[in-house]
Design a protein around this ligand. Structure first.
Ligand code: HEC
Length: 290
């Protein structure tokens, strides 16, 4: 029985240490003991150490038992650590001494003991009083944040973090969120992408060859940054020769080149391709309301 208990003890402690390692060591997707072999090694050594401690303790126990008399053993059992603790926490009188604390009430033969309040309960009660005082001061005197305000603060902080993240994660743009860039440097970058990938069909000045003229007011697939972004991302009508550039350009690059194309509007290149598609008029911005 004793042996069984010590096996269990070793298992539980090793398991707890294992969990702690998994919890506190940042090892990405893999478990810590695979990512860092030292952790596995430590766990094994730790287990061996625990087992040896148990073995030594068990043999010491056996030795003491062999040396002590029946009486002494019983006494040791009485004074054992756990028994003492329970005595301290409950302050109960042993049944032989109950006569000392019996009250003289007698309810049809049912008698009452004047037991002391059990310390485990009493200290718990004191703890609630201390808790209540701290709570009262924190939330009602010094007006600490309620759960609702704490929640709102966290949401606001997260919102800021999201905005920060979006600033660095430029490739989150899509046809719905894209806006035309106007910075000189961005237009330059867009031009470079255009010169590398698009001039074969749209000509260096955007006047059009295999692909349509990108400088006039007419668009086959719709003008404006959102439509142009969408066309470049997804390609033209099938069989027309304009591929979906999302395979080779990142969303941020498509945004750059689309912004560059918009700056070509009205540049009147020499010998342009005749307009194709429909006259594009930018949708009216809803009038700003005061
Ligand atoms: C292989 C030739 C070819 C290349 C390279 C090419 N395009 Fe095109 N592009 C076309 C054709 C053809 C169309 C017309 C598609 C249609 O009719 O559906 C077109 C259409 C477009 C349109 C829509 C024009 C409109 O009137 O609606 C845009 C914008 C455009 N291309 C941008 C680009 C950009 C930016 C690149 C470079 C990243 C590029 N194209 C590279 C052939 C090309």
């Amino acid at each position: 029985m004793r042996n069984f208990a010590s096996y269990l003890r070793v298992l539980i402690i090793v398991f707890l240490v294992f969990c702690a390692a998994e919890y506190f060591i940042d090892s990405g997707d893999k478990p810590a003991f695979i990512e860092y072999p030292q952790v596995g090694l430590f766990l094994i050594l730790f287990t061996i150490l625990l087992v040896s401690v148990e073995v030594v303790a068990a043999s010491m126990n056996a030795l003491t038992k062999a040396l002590l008399s029946e009486e002494q053993l019983k006494e040791a059992e009485e004074n054992s650590w756990s028994k003492n603790l329970i005595k301290k926490l409950t302050k109960t009188k042993p049944i032989e001494e109950e006569g000392e604390i019996i009250l003289d009430h007698n309810y049809d033969g049912i008698k009452e003991l004047d037991n002391a309040l059990p310390p485990w309960w009493l200290y718990g009660f004191y703890a609630t009083i201390v808790f209540a005082a701290i709570y009262l001061f924190k939330y009602h005197v010094f007006n600490g944040d309620s759960q609702k305000i704490e929640y709102e603060k966290e949401v606001a902080a997260a919102q800021i973090a999201i905005e920060e993240y979006k600033k660095t994660a430029v490739d989150l743009v899509d046809a719905n969120t894209v806006v035309a860039l106007t910075e000189e440097s961005d237009i330059k970058k867009g031009e470079a992408i255009f010169q590398t990938n698009c001039v074969a069909c749209h000509r260096a000045d955007g006047g059009g060859a295999i692909g349509p003229n990108l400088t006039d007011d007419y668009w086959i697939l719709g003008g404006g940054i959102k439509n142009v972004f969408h066309t470049i991302t997804e390609g033209g009508r099938s069989g027309k020769g304009m591929i979906a550039w999302k395979q080779s350009l990142k969303p941020s690059e498509i945004q750059l080149v689309a912004s560059y194309i918009l700056t070509l509007h009205g540049t009147n290149p020499a010998d342009p391709k005749a307009p194709e598609g429909d006259l594009w008029e930018a949708p009216q911005e809803p009038a700003a309301t005061e």
